[in-house]
Design a protein around this ligand. Sequence first.
Ligand SMILES: Nc1ncnc2c1ncn2[C@@H]1O[C@H](COP(=O)(O)OP(=O)(O)O)[C@@H](O)[C@H]1O
Ligand SMILES: [Mg+2]
Length: 1134
Amino acid sequence: MALHLGAQYILEHNVGISDAVLLHPLTEEAFIENIKKRFSHEQIYTYIGTVVVSVNPYKKLPLYTPEVIEEYRSRNIYELPPHIYAISDEAYRSMRDRNLDQCIIISGESGAGKTEASKVIMQYVAQVSGKGREIDRVKEQLLQSNPVLEAFGNAKTLRNDNSSRFGKYMDIEFDFKGDPIGGVITNYLLEKSRVASQIPGERNFHIFYQLLAGADPTFLETLKLSPKPENYGFLNRSGCIKVDAIDDAKDFNMVKTGMEVIGFYRTEITEVFQLVASVLKLGNVEFSHRSNADGTDGCDISNTGEIAEVAQLLGCLEQNLTNALTQRTVEVKRDKVKTDFSVAGAVYARDALCKAIYSRLFSWLVQRINDSIKVKTEQTRKVMGVLDIYGFEVFQTNRYEQFIINYCNEKLQQIFIELTLKEEQEEYIREGIEWIHVDYFNNAVICDLIEKSDTSVAQKNNVGILALLDEQCLLPGNVTDKTFLEKLNQTCKDHPHFESRTLKKNQSDRTLPHDAFRLKHYAGNVTYKVDGFIDKNNDLLYRDLSQAMYACRHNLMKKLFPEGYHKALDTQCLVNSLRNPSQKSLKRPPTAGSQFKASVQELMKNLLSKNPNYIRCIKPNDDKQSGTLDLEIVKHQVRYLGLMENIRVKRAGYAYRQIYAQFLYRYKMLADETWPSWHGDVVEGVKLILANQKIQQDEIAFGKSKLFIRNPKTLFDLEETRRERMHFLATLIQKVWKGHVKREHFLLMKRSQVVISSRFRGFYGQKQYKKKKAATLLLQCCTRRWKARKVLAELKHEKRCQLAATDIQKHYRGWQARKLLAELKHAKRMEWAARVIHKYYLGWKVRKNYKPKFRRIAGPKVARFMVVALKRKFLLNVRDKLPSLSPVDNKWPSSPKMYKSASDQLQVMHHKWRCRKYRRKLSEAQKYTLREKATASDIFKDKKVIYPESVPRPFKGDYLNIRGDMKWKKIHSLTNDINLVFADLVHKVNRANGKIVQQLLVVSSQAFLVIDHRTMTLKYRIPIEFIEKISLSPFQDKLAVFHMKKPENGDRFAKKGDFIIGNEHIIEIVTKSSLCVKNKTNTMPEISISPQCSGQFGSSAVQVSFQQGAKGLEPGIPGVKVTRKKHLMLISEP
Ligand SMILES: Nc1ncnc2c1ncn2[C@@H]1O[C@H](COP(=O)(O)OP(=O)(O)O)[C@@H](O)[C@H]1O
Ligand SMILES: [Mg+2]
């Protein structure tokens, strides 16, 4: 058989032995020497059968280009130098073509290159699988999940600059064509203690540094962060911030793009970074000691600014957050009491909160990515899983996290041993193949030491470390890490893989501290400090904290702490599970250890259900150096990985095994007897095939149910022959099929031709017939048309002749009638003319005879008639246009000149008549008022300037409405002045000095009453008959001088003399008082209107003079200035 190109390549370029199974001599030294030789030639991969051993080169090699992938695509594993691509291709093809679910298990210690290997696998699968928009989108999402998860879950450790601090198992799901359609990621226990503290020289998770270095300043500002990592307590304590090989800013952008590609919403991305920021900022919160009044310790937050900003970021009340960080609620006899944290307690709570936020955020991210990449259809799928879990770790100080990580590695080693060493050897024996047992170290005993959970009473002392730890965690009372160690010493003292200082065998071992125990792992001894075991295994968070987080308005935060919703749950345990936040039952949550154990067991079950492929990673040195290979370090790894045993089993054993029936089914085309079907004994059939292929006897072995093939090459040759044979068979089938198809096609064409020609003839004949029929019809119709036209023409002629005769007749008759009419009309006109002439003649004769008589009698008659007619017209006009009944309506219809005087008389009569009518309608009161107004007119018209303005104002009289006033009633009951005619405030001029005072003046039919308007007491009463004369000026003022009669027999008021009053209604006062005087005395008082008058003030006679045009006076009431100089009183007005 011709040598394949790939094989040629191996021969030309291969250094050392590429498959260690072929080593000679088969010793550990030779194996390591071979690895070293290959490593120095940058050949980092070596096979042990189908297991790939990979040595970390710590430098970029040109081994991962798309061209190299193309080279390895669909090639058999031994055709080309060893590569992860080869094993990926093998796994991918057996998944696609043989429908076997695959898993690739990558193992090795921390920094050995597991994560890089898993990326190489992903890259390969992405390139070789199908193309298309949807497929590319899925691939891109699967690939982009890596940088995102690495940013949040990886960190720089002493062993590895990009160490995975979580375990990851990723199932890539494919459709039947082998195109990726989605995936599921499972994450295992994140090392969250790193969030709060790191050992010197290590870093926190990458994302913190990436965010500070890569986010743009405005975004950092909204997150309230400063770009300096040195400012954050969680980042600056380990002394390592910058790592040369890492570009945080660039990585940040990759993470962001990754999140967008995966399908995170913008708001989700912001929320994620808000949580990252809040963890950083919470880490900076500091506490100061406070002594409480009851003697207990308390604490306060000393940098409240940070807390305020965190509260803003998370949308919660600053006080709530402060309370949750400085106090906790405890139950005392079913009462809830708040107790303060000490400073140490508060720091512990703060760190626990930060760890919880971060680890839950991480789990949420995985979940979110899964939501995006999960397969959305119901189609059947094939799975390829890639397991990249944290590697075996040994540090100076190892804690709970290392214990868990190393336990996981023990389990992976178990699975390797189970499948490659134990199961394989057992299978040979089962199948009855001659076999010399290869001895190996089975680490099941260590796995037992850790995970055994036999809780029966008899076996009480036979439980594993994890179960012991759980038991301690559940014990009530004061359980410490120390009591746990004591219990451990008691229970495990006889175990060969357990060591502790208290045990006899180790009492003198100074390398083993008193607070630690040591496990002899398959990969070496690890000393674990028990400090923190109980706490970390319990993994609890104070409920106050989870409630405070749930109370935040921050969407994502709320989602991460759903248990915060439950207010009054567990009365004894005021703490919540961190691991299973959705757990709401009252039961104590399972511990971190037992959860991890369960998830590891689940993983093991999953891996066992798939076809395994191995990549065993080896770290060449402890210093991350490229080009150096420390023999001791490599030897140690080769030993504990059991690689030599692996080689031995492979070498003595057979490379390939297959159930007879399946073998026969796959290769039946290689013998004429078995193709296409074999009905005889299956083994016989297989033998026939092998004989046909001339395979030598020592190459194969016949087991009970399976056929074993020693050399992979034999299998590849078989496969190659099968491929060629399949090719030949395919060509044969194609040939026969094509012939059949063509023949069928020809027959069809022939049948079709007959049908077509018969149809065509029929169609043609039909067409001809139709043509002739149409022509006949056409001829027929033309002839008929011609005949019809001829008949029509004859008929039309006949009709026309008829019409012409009628027409002629009609015109003739018309002419005759018109002629007769004209003659008749002429005769009539002649007759009428004769009559008119006769009439005029008679008229002319009468007029001639009667002319003198007419002049004498008829003329006067006509003139009289005319005069009567004119009079009647005038009177009727007056009657029709009479004015309204209002006495002030001055309208009157116009009249001809000759009836002017009659018209005037009629107007006067009419006016009088309507006045009488108006008067009759008036009431008594109205009549009285009218009388008053008429009197006022008599007195003042054309004499006093202010008179016209008083005309339209009705005389109201009682301006103050005092008729109903009780005090007034009292006054008039004494004076008998019930008949009130006027009441108003008036301005009274002091006779001595001209000063003006306000008084209430009441005028009754009997007297003038002057009343003090404030107290309503009567000042004096002047009988009305005492008033003899009243003087006013013709000017603007509203004053009047009332002159008294000459005193007779000592009249008190008359003696006092005249008085002057002013009032807005002076016209009314004067009018009414005059009428009252007249009523009383039957004579009107004298009323003088002139600029001067003489008065009698007491015993002195005074000249009162009104003067108009004084300057500087305000118009108003009295609006005047009154001055008295001896016998002269001057009243000036403006
Ligand atoms: N195939 C490789 N080519 C180049 N460098 C590698 C390779 N494998 C690992 N490395 C280097 O070693 C470091 C640690 O590898 P990693 O896969 O993270 O280790 P592990 O996951 O086993 O802890 C990587 O960051 C990388 O620098
Ligand atoms: Mg890793």
